[in-house]
Design a protein around this ligand. Structure first.
Ligand code: ADP
Ligand code: MG
Length: 229
């Protein structure tokens, strides 16, 4: 489904140029659950931005479902992001003083989703927050807010869910809840790419990719070492 070939990403120009990705080859199949690890500055977020079409490779190609993402126009790219990728970030970027319902609705308003109301209620139920539908996001705990972010990411039924340190700001109980939801989403057939600093969190994934200085250092199936909740 996802195919990166010799992808590089250079920020800046001339003397200030910095190559954050130095030639990444990567295949991810539909339904895979991949953890991406690596020290700070190793290129994890850069890789996620490219996979999520927030940014284009400097060189190399990114094929998603055989479509060359680097060749899409900006408007096709925006459309692609809205429909095919669900993002979950560490800093829960929800609108404050706005209800759970309205926060989750956002991507559907942009794209014009049929049966929006039904879909909102379904994804909010999926993350176990049906009783909070009309609460404002500032009335929720960190873990609940992150669950809203997951519901919003699921709304458009994207091909891929990308989570950049989604539990980085959460306590262990809320972290468990989020992992549980991600595992259920995966079981339902979604493809998940999860960036994490925590080795024990990576062990919930099927496969762990380690980045170092802009290159893939290792890429292993978790197999029988895979952790369960
Ligand atoms: P990670 O997520 O693994 O911490 P990043 O992908 O955020 O790493 O960053 C990789 C490298 O690229 C870092 O050295 C960072 O300073 C640099 N970098 C990231 N974004 C930019 C940018 N917009 N401009 C310049 N350098 C950047
Ligand atoms: Mg990062």
């Amino acid at each position: 489904m996802i195919q990166l070939k010799k992808v590089t990403k250079t920020y800046g120009e001339g003397d200030n140029a910095f190559q954050a990705l130095k030639g990444v080859d990567l295949n991810i199949e539909k339904g895979d659950f991949v953890a991406i690890m690596g020290p700070s500055g190793s290129g994890k977020s850069t890789l996620m931005n490219i996979l999520g079409a927030l940014d284009k490779p400097t060189t190399g190609t990114y094929l998603l479902n055989k479509q060359d993402v680097g060749k899409l126009s900006d408007s096709r790219l925006a459309d692609f992001r809205n429909k095919e990728v669900g993002f979950i970030f560490q800093q829960f970027n929800l609108l404050k003083r706005t209800s759970v319902y309205d926060n989750v609705a956002m991507p559907g308003l942009y794209g014009g989703l049929p049966k929006l109301d039904e879909r909102i209620r379904a994804v909010v139920k999926e993350v176990g927050l049906s009783d909070k539908l009309n609460n404002k996001s500032n009335e929720l705990s960190g873990g609940q807010i992150q669950r809203v972010a997951i519901a919003r990411a699921l709304l458009m039924e994207p091909a891929i869910i990308m989570a950049d340190e989604p539990t980085g700001n959460l306590d262990s109980k809320a972290t468990k809840e989020i992992l549980n939801i991600l595992l259920n989403i995966h079981k339902a057939g979604n493809t998940i790419i999860l960036i994490t600093h925590e080795p024990y969190i990576a062990e919930y994934a099927q496969r762990t990719i380690k980045l170092f200085d802009g290159l893939i250092e290792s890429d292993k199936k978790n197999g029988s070492r895979r952790r369960k909740l």
